[in-house]
Design a protein around this ligand. Structure first.
Ligand SMILES: Nc1nc2c(ncn2[C@@H]2O[C@H](COP(=O)(O)OP(=O)(O)OP(=O)(O)O)[C@@H](O)[C@H]2O)c(=O)[nH]1
Ligand SMILES: [Mg+2]
Length: 644
């Protein structure tokens, strides 16, 4: 289909405002998915997404839309001037039939702040964005954050109010909030129910009318932006691309401009959302290119794919010194900003032999999750593993789940931490990603921790509790502004460590779900921080060590010791749990001995049955890792962070 009849757009919103549900209705209206194959949030294709009811990955889908109303005059300025040609006649016929076909490329995006990188990459592949706002919630923190991202990309914004079918929908109030925010006329804002389908057709019409057609040129050398990728054991690396300029066909040789890697098009096509092969992709299209590459490191999101033939041409022309024609020289696309992880944790295989498998799994997972970072490390207690960087706690949880499910890994994930900058007395400056790496306190001049700017949107009547929560979390108040009559945007600066664990949960509970938050890193600041060690059965467990404010250390030490007493299973000897600072014990708990003998009830002498049961018991324990004499379950590492 012609580029002029193509529209590329994504749906952005705060978490749970109905993006994927709206995508369902669009797929239905355009008959992209057969009715019998339709299911709720169809574009959430990963098991994890379906189980949790949240979108984790961006997901493109291509639709063909038949616009049945007559073409608006402004869209067809040539009509009057152009002579009556055959072509024109057929156009006229078309108009009497009253429809025109459009290719719509939709990208559904996640709403959770931990997956914001998926949103920003989607935005770079499109010309427009549907800004969806839940009428029962109004504008929320990620509505603002994602809107600003879209505005930075100069996208056409189409505001839509969702969930108008709900009895507690505040449609007019929400319209007013949107008007105040982006200046659109209130009656231009489309009001829909993505659930019942009411008014959804209008959204499609508006996309065709308002979102500009892609502007790239087919005749220029190929430039395709990689916005996502994954590994397929048959097709190798599959890149999801937006073709910015040029055209690409099956079998052509391609070149990754930043990675400087060569490959060949094994197959290409579009996502509907399932893959559908096509003959070619050209400027304006969103599709996939299967490259056959097995080395996953060669394909990175943000890279530009071009054709080898273009590069050869380019090089030979540079050699001949005739590179004045700007159409010949191919510049790689700007790509994406490097993403900065906020949370770090180490991942180790329970069985040391699985280390190469874990490395392979992480590399493949990174292909599909560009915000994941990892570096090899080793520890005396845990062996060889990886220090990984994540965008937040949910991201960490999802990554370890995916490694377990998709790659069959049995893992230990250490207690998450932020990074710290340490100035030593000898003038040296280091960055550490785990409290275990903290130098001796005597050698430290200053410790700096990351801070964030925190934006909270809260109902007016909950501001008191929100402020109390912020105060308790070392936050510094900056400003408060009314978003509407009943709601306020509070801005704080806060140490990152204080928001990554359970701040969001606490905020939700004190506001009955009505407050929301967003944060961005603003840099490192010095603090009065110390390292708290945890000693289990005389053995210091580095994976539990934490860096915390000195004033909280007594209380934290006690809390963690008590918590671990509940989580670590009883052993057949007494286990002491101690919290210590610089070797000085500040809290102590004891786990009483006990061994659950599963064979006790098997009196009689069936040895093989007895052995089988013991084997089974051993297997059940596999998720645990031995630290000295004691086996510690995986969940302990995360739960020491959580306050309740
Ligand atoms: N009553 C009603 N419920 C809706 C409507 N749209 C979505 N929902 C419900 O809202 C919940 C969240 O919908 P999703 O489509 O998963 O929301 P989302 O924005 O894709 O969520 P994330 O991708 O995780 O950010 C689901 O339970 C939907 O059934 C609507 O128009 N009316
Ligand atoms: Mg979704």
């Amino acid at each position: 289909m012609s580029q002029k009849n193509t529209r590329n757009f994504c749906i952005i919103a705060h978490i749970d405002h109905g993006k994927s549900t709206l995508a369902d209705r669009l797929l239905e209206l355009t008959k992209t998915v057969e009715k019998r194959k339709m299911k709720a949030q169809l574009l959430d294709q990963m098991d994890l997404e379906r189980e949790r009811g949240i979108t984790i990955k961006l997901q493109p889908a291509r639709m063909i839309y038949k616009l049945e109303s007559p073409k608006p005059k402004a869209q067809n300025p040539n009509k009057i001037q152009s002579p009556k040609s055959k072509n024109n006649l057929s156009l006229e016929n078309n108009e009497t039939l009253n429809f025109e076909l459009y290719t719509l490329n939709l990208i559904d995006t996640p709403g959770h702040v931990d997956f914001a990188y998926e949103v920003s990459r989607s935005l770079a592949a499109v010309e427009g964005a549907i800004l969806l706002v839940d009428a029962t919630q109004g504008i929320q923190a990620q509505t603002l954050a994602n809107l600003y991202l879209a505005m930075e990309q100069n996208l056409e914004i189409i505001p839509v109010i969702n969930k108008i079918d709900m009895p507690n929908a505040m449609v007019d109030e929400t319209a007013k909030e949107i008007k105040d925010l982006i200046g659109t006329d209130e009656d231009e804002i489309i009001r829909i129910s993505a659930k019942t389908g009411e008014n959804v057709e209008k959204v499609l019409e508006e996309i065709v009318k308002k979102v500009p057609a892609p502007s790239g040129e087919k005749d220029k050398p190929l430039r395709a932006l990689i916005f996502d990728s994954y590994f397929d054991s048959y097709k190798g690396v599959v890149a999801q691309v937006r073709i910015v300029d040029g055209k690409i066909k099956n079998g052509e040789e391609i070149y990754f401009m930043k990675a400087k890697a060569k490959s060949e098009v094994l197959e290409l096509g579009v996502m509907k959302p399932q893959l559908e092969k096509t003959e070619f992709l050209e400027a304006g299209d969103i599709g996939y290119i299967a490259t056959g590459l097995k080395e996953v490191g060669k394909c990175r999101v943000g890279d530009t794919i071009t054709k080898i033939s273009n590069i050869k041409y380019q090089i030979s022309n540079i050699d001949k010194n005739i590179y004045d024609d700007k159409n010949i020289i191919i510049k790689p696309l700007p790509g994406y900003k490097e993403i900065r992880p906020a949370v770090f944790a180490s991942i180790y295989p329970v069985d040391g032999d699985d280390y190469p498998g874990l490395r392979d799994a992480l590399e493949k997972l990174k292909l599909n999750d560009a915000s994941l970072s990892f570096d090899p490390e080793s520890s005396t207690a845990l062996g060889r593993g990886f220090r990984c960087g994540f965008l937040g706690m949910l991201h960490l949880e999802i990554v370890s789940e995916r490694l377990t499910r998709e790659y069959d890994m049995n893992l230990v994930v250490t207690t998450p931490s932020v990074s710290y900058k340490i100035k030593k007395r000898n003038g040296q400056e280091i960055t550490i990603f785990s409290p275990a790496d903290m130098p001796d306190p005597g050698a430290i001049e200053e410790i700096q921790e990351p801070w964030a700017k925190l934006e909270i949107i809260s109902p007016k009547d909950r501001i008191g509790s929100v402020m109390k929560l912020a105060e308790k979390s070392r936050a510094i108040y900056k400003s408060a502004n009314y978003l509407s009559e009943g709601r306020v945007v509070l801005v704080y600066e806060i140490p990152l460590i204080n928001i990554i664990v359970d701040f969001y949960d606490n905020l939700k509970s004190i506001s009955s779900g009505f407050a929301s938050m967003n944060y961005e890193l603003i840099g490192f600041r010095a603090g009065d921080l110390i390292k708290l060690d945890i000693i289990v059965a005389e053995e210091r467990v580095e994976a539990f060590s934490r860096i915390i404010p000195r004033e909280e250390s007594q209380e934290e030490g006690k809390r963690i010791a008590a918590k671990l007493k509940d989580i670590i299973p009883r052993q057949n000897f007494a286990v002491a749990i101690q919290a210590a600072i610089s070797g000085k014990i500040i809290a102590r708990e004891t786990i009483r001995p006990f061994r659950k003998d599963v064979t006790a009830k098997l009196y009689g002498g069936d040895v093989s049955r007895k052995r089988k049961l013991l084997e089974k018991q051993k297997k059940g324990k596999k998720k645990m890792k031995s630290f000295g004499k004691v086996e510690i379950p995986q969940e302990a590492f995360l739960s020491v962070l959580k306050k309740n």
